[in-house]
Design a protein around this ligand. Structure first.
Ligand SMILES: *Cc1c(COP(=O)(O)O)cnc(C)c1O
Length: 491
Protein backbone atom coordinates (compact mmCIF):
# COMPACT_ATOMS: atom_id res chain seq x y z
CA UNK A 1 0.00 0.00 0.00
CA UNK A 2 1.35 3.41 -0.90
CA UNK A 3 0.88 5.96 1.81
CA UNK A 4 -0.37 9.30 0.69
CA UNK A 5 2.56 11.71 0.71
CA UNK A 6 2.02 14.69 2.93
CA UNK A 7 3.78 17.94 2.19
CA UNK A 8 4.22 19.63 5.54
CA UNK A 9 3.95 23.11 4.04
CA UNK A 10 0.69 22.39 2.31
CA UNK A 11 -0.92 19.64 4.30
CA UNK A 12 -4.29 18.06 3.82
CA UNK A 13 -5.50 18.82 7.29
CA UNK A 14 -8.74 17.35 8.55
CA UNK A 15 -10.99 18.88 11.13
CA UNK A 16 -10.03 18.41 14.74
CA UNK A 17 -13.25 16.38 15.11
CA UNK A 18 -12.10 13.93 12.47
CA UNK A 19 -8.89 12.97 14.28
CA UNK A 20 -10.71 12.59 17.59
CA UNK A 21 -10.83 9.20 19.27
CA UNK A 22 -12.62 8.49 22.55
CA UNK A 23 -10.57 8.52 25.73
CA UNK A 24 -7.61 10.53 24.42
CA UNK A 25 -6.67 13.66 26.28
CA UNK A 26 -4.07 16.40 26.06
CA UNK A 27 -3.50 17.04 29.75
CA UNK A 28 -2.16 15.27 32.80
CA UNK A 29 -3.31 16.26 36.25
CA UNK A 30 -1.80 15.04 39.53
CA UNK A 31 -3.94 12.82 41.76
CA UNK A 32 -6.36 14.72 43.98
CA UNK A 33 -5.04 15.47 47.46
CA UNK A 34 -8.49 16.60 48.63
CA UNK A 35 -11.79 14.73 48.61
CA UNK A 36 -13.48 14.69 45.22
CA UNK A 37 -16.60 16.83 44.89
CA UNK A 38 -19.40 16.22 42.45
CA UNK A 39 -19.57 19.39 40.33
CA UNK A 40 -23.35 19.08 40.07
CA UNK A 41 -23.59 19.07 43.82
CA UNK A 42 -21.17 21.98 44.25
CA UNK A 43 -22.57 24.21 41.49
CA UNK A 44 -26.14 22.97 41.21
CA UNK A 45 -27.14 20.59 38.40
CA UNK A 46 -28.44 23.42 36.20
CA UNK A 47 -24.92 24.83 35.91
CA UNK A 48 -23.22 21.64 34.81
CA UNK A 49 -23.32 20.30 31.29
CA UNK A 50 -23.25 16.52 31.54
CA UNK A 51 -21.78 15.82 28.16
CA UNK A 52 -20.55 17.86 25.24
CA UNK A 53 -21.62 16.09 22.12
CA UNK A 54 -18.79 15.21 19.72
CA UNK A 55 -16.27 17.12 21.78
CA UNK A 56 -12.91 16.31 20.17
CA UNK A 57 -10.66 14.05 22.19
CA UNK A 58 -7.04 14.15 21.04
CA UNK A 59 -3.59 13.90 22.57
CA UNK A 60 -1.22 16.77 23.26
CA UNK A 61 1.05 16.10 20.30
CA UNK A 62 -1.93 15.80 17.97
CA UNK A 63 -3.29 19.09 19.25
CA UNK A 64 0.02 20.86 18.73
CA UNK A 65 0.51 19.41 15.25
CA UNK A 66 -3.05 20.10 14.15
CA UNK A 67 -2.89 23.77 15.02
CA UNK A 68 0.71 24.21 13.86
CA UNK A 69 -0.18 22.72 10.45
CA UNK A 70 -3.24 24.95 10.23
CA UNK A 71 -1.10 27.99 11.06
CA UNK A 72 1.17 27.13 8.13
CA UNK A 73 -1.81 27.43 5.78
CA UNK A 74 -2.25 31.03 6.75
CA UNK A 75 -0.20 33.66 4.98
CA UNK A 76 1.56 35.98 7.42
CA UNK A 77 3.83 38.99 7.36
CA UNK A 78 6.47 36.72 8.90
CA UNK A 79 6.44 34.66 5.67
CA UNK A 80 6.73 37.45 3.14
CA UNK A 81 5.47 40.76 1.76
CA UNK A 82 1.79 41.41 2.49
CA UNK A 83 0.94 44.23 0.06
CA UNK A 84 -2.65 44.77 1.21
CA UNK A 85 -3.19 48.44 0.39
CA UNK A 86 -4.72 50.77 2.99
CA UNK A 87 -4.17 48.12 5.68
CA UNK A 88 -0.44 48.83 6.22
CA UNK A 89 0.67 45.27 6.87
CA UNK A 90 4.14 46.12 8.06
CA UNK A 91 6.39 43.81 10.02
CA UNK A 92 5.94 44.31 13.77
CA UNK A 93 9.34 44.44 15.48
CA UNK A 94 9.74 41.79 18.19
CA UNK A 95 11.01 44.37 20.66
CA UNK A 96 7.36 45.46 21.01
CA UNK A 97 6.44 41.98 22.19
CA UNK A 98 9.37 41.83 24.59
CA UNK A 99 8.30 45.07 26.24
CA UNK A 100 4.61 44.09 26.34
CA UNK A 101 5.58 40.93 28.24
CA UNK A 102 7.37 42.89 30.99
CA UNK A 103 5.90 41.48 34.18
CA UNK A 104 4.60 44.70 35.73
CA UNK A 105 2.84 45.66 32.49
CA UNK A 106 1.61 42.25 31.36
CA UNK A 107 0.23 41.33 34.79
CA UNK A 108 -1.25 44.70 35.69
CA UNK A 109 -4.91 44.43 36.62
CA UNK A 110 -7.39 47.11 35.56
CA UNK A 111 -8.72 47.28 39.15
CA UNK A 112 -5.26 47.76 40.63
CA UNK A 113 -5.29 50.95 42.74
CA UNK A 114 -3.86 53.96 40.93
CA UNK A 115 -1.04 54.24 43.45
CA UNK A 116 0.13 50.76 42.35
CA UNK A 117 -0.40 51.42 38.64
CA UNK A 118 1.76 54.51 38.20
CA UNK A 119 3.91 52.81 35.56
CA UNK A 120 0.85 51.93 33.47
CA UNK A 121 -0.53 55.44 33.79
CA UNK A 122 2.88 56.72 32.72
CA UNK A 123 2.74 54.56 29.57
CA UNK A 124 -0.63 56.12 28.71
CA UNK A 125 0.50 59.65 29.52
CA UNK A 126 3.77 59.44 27.58
CA UNK A 127 2.17 57.80 24.54
CA UNK A 128 -0.55 60.46 24.46
CA UNK A 129 2.07 63.18 24.53
CA UNK A 130 4.13 61.55 21.76
CA UNK A 131 1.05 61.18 19.58
CA UNK A 132 0.27 64.87 20.15
CA UNK A 133 3.78 65.69 18.99
CA UNK A 134 3.49 63.44 15.91
CA UNK A 135 0.10 64.81 14.87
CA UNK A 136 0.46 68.45 15.97
CA UNK A 137 -2.79 68.11 17.90
CA UNK A 138 -3.43 69.24 21.51
CA UNK A 139 -4.88 66.15 23.22
CA UNK A 140 -5.26 62.43 22.55
CA UNK A 141 -7.52 59.71 23.95
CA UNK A 142 -6.20 56.18 23.57
CA UNK A 143 -9.53 54.56 24.44
CA UNK A 144 -11.08 53.69 21.04
CA UNK A 145 -10.45 50.07 20.08
CA UNK A 146 -9.97 50.40 16.30
CA UNK A 147 -9.81 52.90 13.47
CA UNK A 148 -13.55 52.85 12.84
CA UNK A 149 -14.18 53.21 16.58
CA UNK A 150 -11.81 56.21 16.61
CA UNK A 151 -13.83 57.75 13.77
CA UNK A 152 -17.05 57.21 15.65
CA UNK A 153 -15.57 58.74 18.79
CA UNK A 154 -14.23 61.71 16.80
CA UNK A 155 -17.54 62.47 15.12
CA UNK A 156 -19.35 62.13 18.48
CA UNK A 157 -16.93 64.80 19.75
CA UNK A 158 -17.86 67.00 16.80
CA UNK A 159 -21.51 66.44 17.58
CA UNK A 160 -20.98 67.29 21.26
CA UNK A 161 -19.18 70.52 20.32
CA UNK A 162 -21.96 71.63 17.95
CA UNK A 163 -24.61 70.66 20.53
CA UNK A 164 -22.83 72.76 23.14
CA UNK A 165 -23.23 75.66 20.71
CA UNK A 166 -26.94 74.95 20.42
CA UNK A 167 -27.24 72.91 17.20
CA UNK A 168 -25.73 69.50 16.33
CA UNK A 169 -26.11 70.32 12.59
CA UNK A 170 -27.27 67.83 9.95
CA UNK A 171 -24.64 66.73 7.46
CA UNK A 172 -21.17 65.30 7.07
CA UNK A 173 -19.33 65.78 3.77
CA UNK A 174 -17.34 62.79 2.54
CA UNK A 175 -15.23 62.68 -0.66
CA UNK A 176 -16.09 59.91 -3.13
CA UNK A 177 -12.61 58.44 -2.57
CA UNK A 178 -13.35 57.87 1.13
CA UNK A 179 -12.86 54.66 3.04
CA UNK A 180 -16.25 52.97 3.59
CA UNK A 181 -15.98 53.46 7.34
CA UNK A 182 -16.30 57.26 6.91
CA UNK A 183 -19.87 57.43 5.60
CA UNK A 184 -20.77 54.56 7.95
CA UNK A 185 -19.44 56.56 10.90
CA UNK A 186 -21.34 59.67 9.88
CA UNK A 187 -24.57 57.67 9.62
CA UNK A 188 -23.97 55.92 12.96
CA UNK A 189 -23.61 59.35 14.58
CA UNK A 190 -26.96 60.42 13.17
CA UNK A 191 -25.75 62.56 10.27
CA UNK A 192 -26.73 62.62 6.63
CA UNK A 193 -23.86 61.95 4.26
CA UNK A 194 -23.14 64.14 1.27
CA UNK A 195 -20.63 62.73 -1.18
CA UNK A 196 -18.18 65.20 -2.74
CA UNK A 197 -16.74 64.30 -6.14
CA UNK A 198 -12.97 64.27 -6.50
CA UNK A 199 -11.32 66.22 -9.30
CA UNK A 200 -9.52 64.60 -12.25
CA UNK A 201 -6.30 64.37 -10.26
CA UNK A 202 -8.05 62.32 -7.58
CA UNK A 203 -8.00 65.20 -5.06
CA UNK A 204 -10.68 67.10 -3.17
CA UNK A 205 -12.36 69.58 -5.48
CA UNK A 206 -12.29 72.91 -3.63
CA UNK A 207 -15.15 74.34 -5.67
CA UNK A 208 -17.32 71.36 -4.79
CA UNK A 209 -16.43 71.85 -1.10
CA UNK A 210 -17.32 75.55 -1.33
CA UNK A 211 -20.67 74.70 -2.94
CA UNK A 212 -21.51 72.14 -0.24
CA UNK A 213 -20.23 74.04 2.80
CA UNK A 214 -22.96 75.72 4.82
CA UNK A 215 -24.30 76.01 8.36
CA UNK A 216 -25.90 72.52 8.12
CA UNK A 217 -22.51 70.86 7.73
CA UNK A 218 -21.10 69.49 10.98
CA UNK A 219 -17.80 68.33 9.49
CA UNK A 220 -16.02 67.02 6.44
CA UNK A 221 -14.20 63.72 6.81
CA UNK A 222 -11.01 63.70 4.76
CA UNK A 223 -8.62 60.78 4.44
CA UNK A 224 -5.09 62.08 4.03
CA UNK A 225 -3.20 60.76 2.19
CA UNK A 226 -6.38 59.67 0.49
CA UNK A 227 -7.26 56.14 -0.56
CA UNK A 228 -5.51 56.69 -3.89
CA UNK A 229 -2.29 57.11 -1.92
CA UNK A 230 -2.19 60.80 -2.85
CA UNK A 231 -1.55 63.70 -0.47
CA UNK A 232 -4.54 66.06 -0.27
CA UNK A 233 -2.47 69.14 -1.04
CA UNK A 234 -5.45 71.49 -0.69
CA UNK A 235 -6.58 70.26 2.70
CA UNK A 236 -5.63 73.56 4.37
CA UNK A 237 -7.74 75.50 1.83
CA UNK A 238 -10.66 73.10 2.27
CA UNK A 239 -10.28 73.57 6.04
CA UNK A 240 -10.47 77.35 5.67
CA UNK A 241 -13.67 77.06 3.61
CA UNK A 242 -15.25 74.72 6.18
CA UNK A 243 -14.12 76.71 9.23
CA UNK A 244 -15.65 79.82 7.68
CA UNK A 245 -19.04 78.07 8.04
CA UNK A 246 -18.29 76.76 11.54
CA UNK A 247 -17.81 73.18 10.25
CA UNK A 248 -15.03 70.93 11.57
CA UNK A 249 -12.38 69.01 9.61
CA UNK A 250 -12.11 65.34 10.54
CA UNK A 251 -9.00 63.64 9.21
CA UNK A 252 -9.03 59.90 8.75
CA UNK A 253 -5.42 59.34 9.83
CA UNK A 254 -5.35 55.59 9.19
CA UNK A 255 -2.64 56.32 6.63
CA UNK A 256 -0.55 58.50 8.91
CA UNK A 257 2.38 56.18 8.15
CA UNK A 258 2.89 58.38 5.07
CA UNK A 259 3.08 61.61 7.11
CA UNK A 260 4.78 60.86 10.44
CA UNK A 261 7.84 63.05 10.87
CA UNK A 262 7.12 65.02 7.69
CA UNK A 263 3.88 66.89 8.14
CA UNK A 264 1.36 67.31 10.93
CA UNK A 265 -2.43 67.46 10.61
CA UNK A 266 -2.58 70.01 13.44
CA UNK A 267 -0.55 72.33 11.21
CA UNK A 268 -2.87 72.08 8.19
CA UNK A 269 -6.26 72.83 9.71
CA UNK A 270 -7.46 69.50 11.09
CA UNK A 271 -9.70 69.72 14.20
CA UNK A 272 -9.99 66.02 15.01
CA UNK A 273 -8.50 62.81 13.65
CA UNK A 274 -7.80 59.20 14.49
CA UNK A 275 -4.73 57.05 14.21
CA UNK A 276 -4.57 53.30 13.66
CA UNK A 277 -1.89 51.98 15.98
CA UNK A 278 -2.09 48.62 14.17
CA UNK A 279 -1.11 50.34 10.95
CA UNK A 280 1.25 53.21 11.60
CA UNK A 281 2.65 52.12 14.97
CA UNK A 282 3.15 48.43 14.20
CA UNK A 283 0.83 46.79 16.70
CA UNK A 284 -0.82 43.49 15.73
CA UNK A 285 -3.78 43.56 13.36
CA UNK A 286 -6.14 41.65 15.54
CA UNK A 287 -8.50 39.96 13.09
CA UNK A 288 -11.29 41.90 14.78
CA UNK A 289 -9.51 41.51 18.09
CA UNK A 290 -8.12 44.08 20.46
CA UNK A 291 -6.67 47.10 18.71
CA UNK A 292 -6.40 50.82 19.26
CA UNK A 293 -7.60 53.76 17.20
CA UNK A 294 -6.65 56.80 19.30
CA UNK A 295 -8.48 60.02 18.61
CA UNK A 296 -6.54 63.31 18.59
CA UNK A 297 -8.14 66.75 18.88
CA UNK A 298 -7.36 70.44 18.93
CA UNK A 299 -8.07 72.20 22.22
CA UNK A 300 -11.66 73.28 21.36
CA UNK A 301 -12.71 69.61 21.30
CA UNK A 302 -10.68 68.53 24.33
CA UNK A 303 -13.46 69.05 26.96
CA UNK A 304 -15.58 66.44 25.17
CA UNK A 305 -12.99 63.62 25.12
CA UNK A 306 -14.02 60.28 26.67
CA UNK A 307 -13.59 59.78 30.40
CA UNK A 308 -11.40 59.02 32.19
CA UNK A 309 -8.45 61.21 31.24
CA UNK A 310 -5.01 60.66 32.74
CA UNK A 311 -4.00 63.74 34.68
CA UNK A 312 -0.95 64.68 36.70
CA UNK A 313 -1.58 65.32 40.41
CA UNK A 314 1.69 66.68 41.73
CA UNK A 315 4.20 63.87 41.22
CA UNK A 316 1.52 61.20 40.76
CA UNK A 317 -0.74 60.34 37.83
CA UNK A 318 -4.44 59.68 38.31
CA UNK A 319 -7.60 59.06 36.30
CA UNK A 320 -9.84 62.12 36.07
CA UNK A 321 -13.57 61.42 35.76
CA UNK A 322 -14.70 64.91 36.62
CA UNK A 323 -15.29 66.18 33.11
CA UNK A 324 -18.89 67.38 32.76
CA UNK A 325 -18.80 67.89 28.98
CA UNK A 326 -17.29 64.46 28.19
CA UNK A 327 -19.14 62.18 25.75
CA UNK A 328 -18.60 59.44 28.39
CA UNK A 329 -16.78 56.17 28.16
CA UNK A 330 -16.21 54.51 24.79
CA UNK A 331 -14.36 51.46 26.04
CA UNK A 332 -13.97 49.46 29.24
CA UNK A 333 -11.23 50.78 31.52
CA UNK A 334 -8.78 52.64 29.30
CA UNK A 335 -8.84 50.70 26.03
CA UNK A 336 -6.56 47.86 25.02
CA UNK A 337 -3.58 48.57 27.19
CA UNK A 338 -1.25 45.86 25.83
CA UNK A 339 -1.53 47.39 22.38
CA UNK A 340 -0.62 50.81 23.75
CA UNK A 341 2.52 49.37 25.32
CA UNK A 342 3.58 47.96 21.95
CA UNK A 343 3.00 51.28 20.19
CA UNK A 344 5.07 53.10 22.79
CA UNK A 345 7.88 50.53 22.47
CA UNK A 346 7.85 51.04 18.70
CA UNK A 347 7.92 54.83 19.07
CA UNK A 348 10.76 54.79 21.60
CA UNK A 349 12.78 52.22 19.64
CA UNK A 350 12.60 54.42 16.52
CA UNK A 351 12.89 57.85 18.11
CA UNK A 352 11.91 60.95 16.13
CA UNK A 353 14.43 60.53 13.28
CA UNK A 354 13.66 56.81 13.06
CA UNK A 355 9.92 57.45 12.68
CA UNK A 356 10.66 59.96 9.94
CA UNK A 357 12.93 57.43 8.20
CA UNK A 358 10.18 54.82 8.34
CA UNK A 359 7.86 57.26 6.55
CA UNK A 360 10.48 58.07 3.90
CA UNK A 361 11.11 54.35 3.29
CA UNK A 362 7.38 53.63 3.04
CA UNK A 363 7.07 56.31 0.35
CA UNK A 364 10.22 55.16 -1.42
CA UNK A 365 9.04 51.54 -1.49
CA UNK A 366 5.59 52.44 -2.86
CA UNK A 367 7.13 54.56 -5.59
CA UNK A 368 9.62 51.83 -6.44
CA UNK A 369 6.83 49.30 -6.95
CA UNK A 370 4.83 51.88 -8.91
CA UNK A 371 7.77 52.59 -11.21
CA UNK A 372 8.42 48.91 -11.83
CA UNK A 373 4.77 48.18 -12.67
CA UNK A 374 3.54 51.22 -14.53
CA UNK A 375 4.45 49.88 -17.98
CA UNK A 376 2.31 46.81 -17.33
CA UNK A 377 -0.75 48.13 -15.50
CA UNK A 378 -2.82 51.26 -16.06
CA UNK A 379 -2.75 54.01 -13.46
CA UNK A 380 -5.81 56.28 -13.79
CA UNK A 381 -4.63 58.93 -11.29
CA UNK A 382 -0.94 59.61 -11.66
CA UNK A 383 -0.33 62.24 -8.99
CA UNK A 384 2.80 61.36 -6.95
CA UNK A 385 2.29 58.33 -4.70
CA UNK A 386 2.76 58.44 -0.97
CA UNK A 387 2.70 55.10 0.87
CA UNK A 388 0.73 53.10 -1.70
CA UNK A 389 -0.06 53.01 -5.40
CA UNK A 390 -3.32 52.22 -7.14
CA UNK A 391 -3.54 50.64 -10.60
CA UNK A 392 -6.60 49.58 -12.57
CA UNK A 393 -7.17 46.33 -14.45
CA UNK A 394 -8.35 48.18 -17.60
CA UNK A 395 -5.68 46.66 -19.83
CA UNK A 396 -6.18 43.14 -18.42
CA UNK A 397 -9.97 43.23 -18.30
CA UNK A 398 -9.95 43.79 -22.07
CA UNK A 399 -8.76 40.14 -22.11
CA UNK A 400 -11.44 39.12 -19.62
CA UNK A 401 -9.11 39.04 -16.60
CA UNK A 402 -10.14 41.07 -13.57
CA UNK A 403 -8.26 42.45 -10.59
CA UNK A 404 -9.63 39.61 -8.44
CA UNK A 405 -8.15 37.02 -10.84
CA UNK A 406 -4.75 38.70 -10.77
CA UNK A 407 -4.87 38.71 -6.97
CA UNK A 408 -5.65 34.98 -6.93
CA UNK A 409 -2.76 34.29 -9.29
CA UNK A 410 -0.45 36.27 -7.01
CA UNK A 411 -1.13 33.63 -4.34
CA UNK A 412 0.54 31.06 -6.64
CA UNK A 413 3.62 33.26 -6.64
CA UNK A 414 3.77 33.10 -2.85
CA UNK A 415 2.33 36.50 -1.95
CA UNK A 416 -0.72 37.66 -0.12
CA UNK A 417 -2.97 39.52 -2.57
CA UNK A 418 -3.05 43.30 -2.73
CA UNK A 419 -6.33 45.10 -1.96
CA UNK A 420 -8.88 44.28 -4.66
CA UNK A 421 -11.47 46.67 -6.16
CA UNK A 422 -10.84 49.51 -3.68
CA UNK A 423 -10.96 52.51 -3.79
CA UNK A 424 -14.27 52.45 -5.63
CA UNK A 425 -13.45 55.48 -7.81
CA UNK A 426 -10.88 53.36 -9.65
CA UNK A 427 -12.55 50.77 -11.81
CA UNK A 428 -11.03 47.34 -11.12
CA UNK A 429 -8.49 48.67 -8.64
CA UNK A 430 -5.24 46.96 -7.64
CA UNK A 431 -4.10 48.77 -4.50
CA UNK A 432 -0.57 47.98 -3.39
CA UNK A 433 1.06 49.08 -0.15
CA UNK A 434 4.48 47.54 0.39
CA UNK A 435 5.29 49.43 3.65
CA UNK A 436 8.73 50.48 4.79
CA UNK A 437 9.66 47.13 6.26
CA UNK A 438 10.17 45.35 2.90
CA UNK A 439 13.71 44.96 1.57
CA UNK A 440 14.35 45.72 -2.11
CA UNK A 441 14.78 41.99 -2.93
CA UNK A 442 11.25 41.26 -1.71
CA UNK A 443 9.82 44.22 -3.65
CA UNK A 444 11.55 42.93 -6.77
CA UNK A 445 10.04 39.49 -6.28
CA UNK A 446 6.60 41.07 -5.91
CA UNK A 447 7.04 43.30 -8.97
CA UNK A 448 8.47 40.38 -11.00
CA UNK A 449 5.45 38.28 -10.05
CA UNK A 450 2.97 40.96 -11.15
CA UNK A 451 4.90 41.52 -14.40
CA UNK A 452 4.91 37.75 -15.07
CA UNK A 453 1.18 37.67 -14.46
CA UNK A 454 0.64 40.55 -16.89
CA UNK A 455 2.55 38.50 -19.50
CA UNK A 456 0.58 35.35 -18.69
CA UNK A 457 -2.60 37.30 -19.36
CA UNK A 458 -1.30 38.11 -22.84
CA UNK A 459 -0.42 34.44 -23.53
CA UNK A 460 -3.03 32.45 -21.64
CA UNK A 461 -5.67 34.49 -19.85
CA UNK A 462 -7.46 31.35 -18.71
CA UNK A 463 -4.51 30.34 -16.55
CA UNK A 464 -4.99 33.50 -14.51
CA UNK A 465 -8.78 33.37 -14.57
CA UNK A 466 -8.75 29.96 -12.90
CA UNK A 467 -6.01 30.67 -10.33
CA UNK A 468 -4.89 29.84 -7.71
CA UNK A 469 -3.47 26.50 -8.82
CA UNK A 470 -0.92 25.83 -6.09
CA UNK A 471 -3.12 26.01 -3.02
CA UNK A 472 -4.87 23.22 -1.17
CA UNK A 473 -8.23 24.68 -2.14
CA UNK A 474 -8.61 26.60 -5.39
CA UNK A 475 -11.43 29.09 -5.96
CA UNK A 476 -14.13 28.98 -3.40
CA UNK A 477 -17.59 30.38 -3.86
CA UNK A 478 -16.97 33.47 -1.77
CA UNK A 479 -20.53 34.77 -1.99
CA UNK A 480 -22.07 31.54 -0.70
CA UNK A 481 -19.33 31.26 1.93
CA UNK A 482 -20.25 34.71 3.22
CA UNK A 483 -24.03 34.38 2.89
CA UNK A 484 -24.49 30.78 4.04
CA UNK A 485 -21.48 29.87 6.14
CA UNK A 486 -21.45 26.33 7.55
CA UNK A 487 -20.18 26.82 11.07
CA UNK A 488 -21.21 23.55 12.65
CA UNK A 489 -19.60 20.17 12.16
CA UNK A 490 -21.95 17.22 11.85
CA UNK A 491 -20.58 13.67 11.87
C1 LIG B 1 -8.07 50.78 7.98
C2 LIG B 1 -8.79 52.02 7.71
C3 LIG B 1 -9.90 52.40 8.49
C4 LIG B 1 -10.54 51.52 9.54
O1 LIG B 1 -9.69 51.08 10.56
P1 LIG B 1 -10.06 49.79 11.41
O2 LIG B 1 -9.02 49.74 12.48
O3 LIG B 1 -10.01 48.63 10.48
O4 LIG B 1 -11.42 49.99 11.98
C5 LIG B 1 -10.48 53.62 8.23
N1 LIG B 1 -10.02 54.41 7.25
C6 LIG B 1 -8.98 54.08 6.47
C7 LIG B 1 -8.51 55.01 5.39
C8 LIG B 1 -8.32 52.86 6.66
O5 LIG B 1 -7.30 52.53 5.88
Amino acid sequence: MIRKVRNHLNPEEGLVFEISSPGKKAYQLPDLDVPAVDPAQALGPANVRREIEHFPEISEVETIRHFTRLSAQNYAIDFGCYPLGSCTMKYNPRVNELVARTEGLAWAHPYQPEALAQGCLEVIDVLERYLCEVTGMDAVSLQPAAGAHGEWTGIMLVRALHESRGNPRKKILVPDSAHGTNPATAAMCGYDVESIKSNDRGLIDLEAVARAANEDVAAMMITNPNTLGIFEENIDKAAAILHEKGAMVYMDGANMNALVGISRPGDFGVDVMHLNLHKTFSTPHGGGGPGAGPVAVRSHLEPFLPIPRVKRNGAALAFDYDRPQSIGKVRAFYGNFGVLVRALAYTLAHGGPGLRNATMDAILNANYVRTRLQDYYDMPYDSPSMHECVFSDDRQSAKGVKTGDIAKRLIDYGFHPYTVSFPLIVHGALMIEPTETEPKQELDLLADALIDIAREIDDDPNLVKTAPHGTRVSRVDEVTAARKPILRWRP
